[in-house]
Design a protein around this ligand. Structure first.
Ligand SMILES: [Zn+2]
Length: 442
C-alpha cells in the first residue's frame, strides 16, 4: 500500500510530492491500525482522487504563471511588432529585387512635363533629314527638338545599345548640363564596364564624359550608351523628342505635318512622363481606392469611437496612426518588389501591378489593425479584458444592458451596450480614480 502511494505521488509536482506522501502514509497507518485492511483500501481510493485533483490544480497554476510571465501579449508593444516585422521583411525583399533596389537607391527623376516623344504613325522611326528640316523651320508648337538613333555596337568588347544623339538630348531630358559632344554611360553599363574613363567604341578610343544617374527613365530602344554629337550622319533613322512651346495648342493625340509636294506626315505624340515609372503615383492610387474599399468591406462599428474626454483620445489615435504608417511603408516596399520582379519591358506597365499589389497587401492588414485596436485602454494602451455581462435585455429603460471590459492596470472600464438605447447608444469609458488602486496592486 505504501508503494501504491509512492507511485501516485510521482504524478504530483516535485515540490508537493514529499508532503503529500508523508501525509497520506500517516493517514494510512492510522486507518489500518484502527479500522482494518478494508477501510485502508477505501482510503487508497480517496488518495487517487486527491492526487488527480491536486495535479489538475497544479496544471492550472502553471498555465496562469505562464500567462503572467508573458505580459507582452497584452502590452502595447505587441501590436507594433507585426507591422515592424513586416516592414523589415518587405525592405529586405525590395533590396533583393534589382529593379526595386534601383528605384529606392536612385535619385528621383522628374521628367520635364513639356518633353514629348514624336513618332511617325506609319514608320517606326523618323528620318534624320526630316528632323533637320524641322529644326530649320520656324516652329509654333515646339521650342526645340532632339534626335537619337540606337544601334548595337561593341563597347570594350561588350555588345551594348549605343545611341548616337544630337548634343542637346541630355539637357532636354534634364539629365545633363550644357550641350556638348561626348559619351555618357548609363549606370548599369558603367557598372558592367567597370566605370572606365575611356572606352573602345568600334576602332577608336572615346573618352567617357559622365555616368547617367540611376533613374527609371526608359527611352524608346532603351539606350545603354549615349554619344552626343553636334553633327550626325545624314541618312540615319531614329527617334525625335520635342519640347512643347508654352501656350501651344493641345497635341496629346498627335498632329499632321503637311508638305507642298509630299504626302502629309502623321505624327504620334507620347509625353515623356508616361515613359517614367513613378512608384509613388501608383501607390497613391492604391491608397485612394483603399479609402473607398475599406468602409465597404468593414462597416464602422459602434465600438470604434467610444465616448471619452478629448485629452484621452490623442494617445490611441497616435498609436493606430503609427501602426498604419508602418503598414503603409511595408506595403509600398512590398508592392514595389512584386511589381519590379515581374520584369516588364515598358515602365508604364509596372504601375498597374504595383497598385494592385499595394491594394491587396493593405486591405487585410489595415482591417486587422483597426479591429485589434477596438478595445484598448486609452491610458496604458493595453488590451481591455475580463469581460462581464451587466444588466438584462428587458431592463434597459432604467438600467443598461451590455458588456463591461476592464483595464488590468486599473485605469478604467469600457461599457459597451449590446442593445443601444437613446441614452446609451455608443461605448463609454469610465475612468477609475486612485481610490481603486488598492484593488489592482497585484
Ligand atoms: Zn490601462
Amino acid at each position: 500500500m505504501n508503494a501504491y502511494l509512492s507511485l501516485l505521488s510521482l504524478f504530483l509536482p516535485v515540490q508537493r510530492r514529499d508532503t503529500w506522501l508523508s501525509e497520506w502514509n500517516a493517514e494510512l497507518w492510522h486507518v489500518r491500525s484502527e479500522c482494518g485492511w478494508v477501510a485502508a483500501l477505501h482510503l487508497l481510493r480517496g488518495a487517487l482522487a486527491d492526487a488527480r485533483e491536486l495535479r489538475a490544480l497544479a496544471q492550472k497554476d502553471v498555465s496562469a504563471d505562464r500567462a503572467a510571465v508573458r505580459p507582452w501579449k497584452q502590452s502595447w508593444i505587441q501590436p507594433l511588432a507585426l507591422p515592424l516585422a513586416s516592414l523589415l521583411i518587405m525592405a529586405c525583399a525590395a533590396m533583393c529585387v534589382p529593379g526595386a533596389r534601383d528605384v529606392l537607391l536612385s535619385q528621383s527623376y522628374n521628367a520635364p512635363s513639356s518633353i514629348v516623344l514624336l513618332k511617325d504613325a506609319e514608320q517606326p522611326t523618323i528620318a534624320y533629314a526630316t528632323y533637320s528640316e524641322w529644326t530649320r523651320r520656324p516652329q509654333l508648337l515646339f521650342d526645340e527638338f532632339a534626335f537619337y538613333a540606337v544601334q548595337k555596337r561593341y563597347v570594350n568588347g561588350e555588345r551594348l545599345r549605343v545611341a548616337t544623339a544630337s548634343s542637346n538630348l541630355l539637357r532636354m531630358l534634364g539629365l545633363g548640363g550644357p550641350a556638348g559632344d561626348g559619351m555618357y554611360l548609363s549606370y548599369a553599363a558603367a557598372k558592367q564596364l567597370g566605370y572606365p574613363s575611356q572606352v573602345r567604341l568600334g576602332a577608336s578610343m572615346v573618352r567617357v564624359r559622365g555616368v547617367l544617374p540611376r533613374t527609371t527613365l526608359k527611352l524608346w530602344d532603351d539606350p545603354e550608351v549615349i554619344v552626343l554629337a553636334d553633327r550626325l550622319p545624314a541618312g540615319m533613322h531614329g527617334h525625335v523628342l520635342g519640347a512643347v512651346a508654352q501656350g501651344a495648342p493641345n497635341i496629346n493625340w498627335g498632329f499632321v505635318v503637311t508638305y507642298s509636294k509630299q504626302p502629309p506626315l502623321h505624327i504620334h505624340v507620347t509625353p515623356l512622363e508616361e515613359r517614367v515609372f513613378m512608384p509613388g503615383r501608383a501607390f497613391l492610387f492604391a491608397c485612394v481606392i483603399l479609402l473607398f474599399a475599406l468602409p465597404g468591406t468593414r462597416p464602422l462599428s459602434r465600438e470604434d469611437g467610444p465616448r471619452m474626454p478629448m485629452r484621452l483620445r490623442w494617445r490611441p489615435t497616435i498609436f493606430v496612426g503609427v501602426q498604419v504608417l508602418l503598414l503603409l511603408a511595408a506595403a509600398y516596399l512590398g508592392s514595389l518588389a512584386i511589381a519590379m520582379s515581374m520584369a516588364l519591358a515598358r515602365p508604364e506597365d509596372v504601375g498597374g501591378p504595383q497598385a494592385f499589389a499595394a491594394f491587396v497587401l493593405l486591405l487585410p492588414t489595415i482591417r486587422l489593425t483597426l479591429r485589434s485596436n477596438r478595445h484598448r485602454c486609452p491610458c496604458c494602451l493595453r488590451k481591455l479584458g475580463h469581460p462581464a455581462r451587466v444588466g438584462q435585455p428587458s431592463a434597459a429603460f432604467l438600467n443598461w444592458y451590455g458588456t463591461e471590459l476592464l483595464c488590468a492596470q486599473g485605469h478604467g472600464m469600457m461599457h459597451i451596450p449590446d442593445m443601444p438605447t437613446t441614452w446609451f447608444s455608443e461605448p463609454r469609458w469610465m475612468p477609475l480614480d486612485s481610490s481603486w488602486a488598492v484593488l489592482f496592486s497585484q
